[in-house]
Design a binder for this molecule. Structure first.
Ligand SMILES: [Zn+2]
Length: 250
């Protein structure tokens, strides 16, 4: 396996309400985050944890454990716990575009209060993505993204890494998760001599697909400051709520 670098990113995917009621997921969330905070605090080698791209998990947790807010803020500020940029992982095609904008506004406000936002638009389990997805990312100052499903078939989408350009011409660097999805790392074998075979199966076509699209290296992000119709980082939830009629600060 010489020449390959694997980046294993500890994370969870959290369906807040789906095959169980929300209260049942809340009951599971508390021990998960209790344990995670303890691990991060006690083991400096446990570098970071990706909290599924949605800040609502922290809000849910703090309703039951308000005394842990300072611990979470310390972990977020030091990059150990990665939160946002979404408020919640919503379906991206059924809600209106405005709902997606409000989602990112609230996520940015929450993440700001906690110590900083993950600057990757992370959509690990949506069943499709709007064409304006790159534009949405750039409006919030985000230049990179991770998606699963809903892509592939068009020129430039054959491989894992490529630039996705929105209708307005702005683009984001996309990592397209393999068919096995966000949990592919959980199935990787611990034995090094079995890794090559496991990796080849991650994407159809095998090793070639782990390479970036050949045009990626020649196309760098524009140096022009992104035009914003929405603030990338509102100062807090109260300010975001002022801009979102009907959403009360809390
Ligand atoms: Zn899901």
């Amino acid at each position: 396996m010489s020449g390959l670098i694997f980046h294993l990113i500890p994370h969870t995917h959290w369906d807040r309400e789906w095959y169980l009621p929300r209260a049942a997921f809340q009951a599971r969330l508390l021990p998960v985050l209790d344990d995670l905070i303890e691990r991060l605090q006690s083991d400096a080698g446990y570098r970071s944890f990706l909290l599924d791209g949605q800040t609502v998990l922290v809000a849910d947790y703090l309703t039951a454990r308000p005394e842990r807010k300072a611990d979470i803020q310390t972990l977020v500020k030091t990059g150990r716990l990665q939160v946002g940029p979404w408020y919640v992982l919503a379906d991206e095609l059924i809600p209106s575009g405005e709902a997606l904008v409000r989602n990112l506004l609230l996520g940015a406000a929450d993440a700001d209060q906690l110590g900083g936002r993950l600057d990757v638009l992370y959509s690990p389990d949506a069943f499709g993505h709007p064409a304006a997805w790159p534009t949405l990312a750039r409006e919030f100052g985000i230049r990179c993204g991770v998606v699963w499903r809903g892509l592939g078939g068009e020129p430039g989408q054959e491989r894992d890494l490529y630039r996705w350009r929105g209708p307005d011409g702005r683009d984001v660097l996309i990592w397209h998760l393999p068919p096995a999805g966000y949990e592919v790392g959980a199935a990787l074998p611990a034995a090094a001599d079995r890794l090559a075979g496991a990796w080849a199966a991650i994407r159809p076509g095998g090793a070639r697909n782990r390479e970036a699209h050949p045009r990626v290296h020649r196309r760098r992000p524009s140096r022009r400051a992104p035009r914003r119709v929405a603030p990338a980082r509102p100062a807090g939830r109260a300010r975001a709520a002022q801009r979102v009629p009907g959403v009360a600060p809390r």
